[in-house]
Design a protein around this ligand. Structure first.
Ligand code: ATP
Length: 457
């Protein structure tokens, strides 16, 4: 089960506080969204799951968190200044702009006019001025991908960790693209986050590693609760590939608006390290002549046995956080008809992604004894370090269950009058809606076990 259309998801996200249009108060900023109280938890959980799988659970990947502001030379020599463009077409009638590859049957997607200009390249990078003088002389780019800082820090990481091939550098962070037509909720936005790994391998082993990473990434998405039926792979043909790519496999997802890219897994060869090394060599020639040395900053690894310098090839799985959030929300969204003929919306999120792990609900709102007990249960569970435990003081159990089903809370714990006598609580399971009674002492172990077993596939 998934949402029937994007509007259902958008409505749920707004109603329950997952996502809001950015600057809504002033009419909205197109192509930008803000994550609300539950959205930020879900997004952080997804990023944490990626970091755990890519960095902590492996012993061949290091992490990085580099600056967003990027020196123009980096993006000049990476090829982005010249080629990071989309073909732009203007409609002579309604004056709106579209991406040429999104035009169907030669018609403007806004007004249907066929009076369109010839496509011209439009660079997607955002620029900003540096320092107090606004004459544009000193500027930086907002990075259009997190990858470049991994390449420019390659030597730093190798020198400080003594890594040998194969090894990777992972990074999660913001990227900015001045998309011509942001659309489909958070699918295509101008400010988003990427989860990127650059995995450096010996040339010649690149194709095997490329295959390996495509499989691993597909498995990871399944572990996040994305159904295999909604995932597919697309071998990107040469004329659609980025300038640096020898081969790209896009992991496609059946979004509510259609099948589109969720993650790209590219074989970037030695394009980036090679290009930055070449530029370094040229920039350093004068310095070397003066210092009588040939110690150019080689973005390469020295093989310990042969002493040979190798410029590695790199395999890059690059996933968008927003597209990931949209996919897991869509796959979790279920509109369920119950036995009594009523229906409920339930987000069947994997517990490790759920924004709230458990809600503690006193049976009566503002009843001193119940509230005090519920708070003490909540604090005890919160201190387990398993994520957010929510104190739900609505006084209406049915309404609380409905709310927590809708936001994907795996467990609701009710503190009632029996709790005050017997120190037991009821626990309701989100998916089966079944309830059991449990001693408060047993609650922490039960919750840890259940959350863990339900998170694994
Ligand atoms: P598309 O063809 O959809 O524009 P792309 O091929 O340019 O995407 P990549 O450069 O491969 O995208 O970026 C890697 C990932 O970053 C994408 O798979 C996607 O998840 C995410 N991403 C890229 N552009 C955007 C965007 N404008 N909004 C949200 N996520 C994006």
């Amino acid at each position: 089960m998934t949402a029937q259309n994007m509007d259902e998801l958008v409505a749920l996200c707004k109603r329950r506080g997952f996502l809001y249009q950015s600057s809504e108060l002033y009419g909205g900023l197109q192509g930008a969204y803000d994550f609300g109280p539950l959205g930020v938890e879900l997004k952080n959980n997804l990023k944490a799951a990626w970091w755990s799988a890519m960095v902590h659970e492996r012993d061949d990947i290091e992490g990085l968190d580099a600056s967003i502001l990027t020196h123009p030379a980096v993006l000049r020599y990476s090829g982005h200044e010249a080629t990071f463009t989309d073909p732009l077409v203007d409609c002579r009638d309604c004056k709106k702009r579209s991406r040429a590859d999104h035009i169907v049957d030669g018609k403007c997607p806004f007004c249907g006019s066929t009076s369109l200009t010839e496509p011209r390249p439009f660079n997607l990078m955002f620029k900003t001025t540096i320092g107090p003088v606004e004459d544009g002389a000193e500027f930086a780019y907002l990075r259009p991908e997190t990858a470049q800082a991994i390449f420019t820090n390659f030597k730093n990481v190798v020198d400080s960790t003594s890594r040998q091939l194969p090894f990777g550098i992972a990074q999660v962070g913001k990227a900015f693209r001045n998309e011509i037509t942001p659309r489909s909720f958070i699918f295509r936005v101008r400010e988003f986050e990427q989860m990127e790994l650059e995995f450096f391998v010996e040339p010649g082993r690149d194709e095997q590693w490329h295959h390996e990473w495509v499989q691993r990434r597909l498995d990871w998405w399944r572990e996040q609760g994305v159904s295999s039926n909604h995932l597919s792979r697309y071998d990107v043909p040469e004329d659609e590939r980025a300038h640096y790519s020898k081969a790209t496999v896009d992991i496609m997802y059946q979004f509510p608006h259609g099948v589109e890219e969720l993650e790209g897994v590219a074989n970037r060869t030695d394009f980036d390290l090679g290009s930055h090394t070449k530029q370094q060599a040229e920039l350093n020639i004068q310095a070397q002549v003066e210092a009588n040395t040939d110690s150019t900053a080689k973005l390469a690894v020295q093989d310990r046995t042969t002493n040979q310098w190798i410029v590695p090839f790199v395999i890059e799985p690059s996933a968008g956080v927003e597209r990931g959030v949209l996919a897991v929300l869509n796959d979790a969204y279920t509109n369920e008809v119950l036995e009594d003929g009523k229906s409920r919306i339930v987000l069947r999120l994997k517990p490790h992604l759920a924004p709230i792990k458990a809600a503690v609900i006193p049976l009566k709102r503002n009843h001193e004894g119940l509230v005090e007990k519920a708070q003490s249960v909540r604090i005890k569970l919160q201190r387990l370090g398993i994520g957010r435990i929510f104190f739900e003081n609505s006084g209406n159990i049915g309404k609380s269950y409905r709310k927590h089903d809708e936001v994907g809370t795996p467990f609701c714990i009710t503190v009632d009058f029996d709790t005050l006598d017997s120190d037991t609580v009821t626990i309701r399971d989100r998916d089966s809606m079944s309830q059991i009674r449990l001693a408060c002492d047993e609650l922490p172990a039960y919750l840890i076990d259940e959350l863990q077993s339900k998170s694994s596939i």
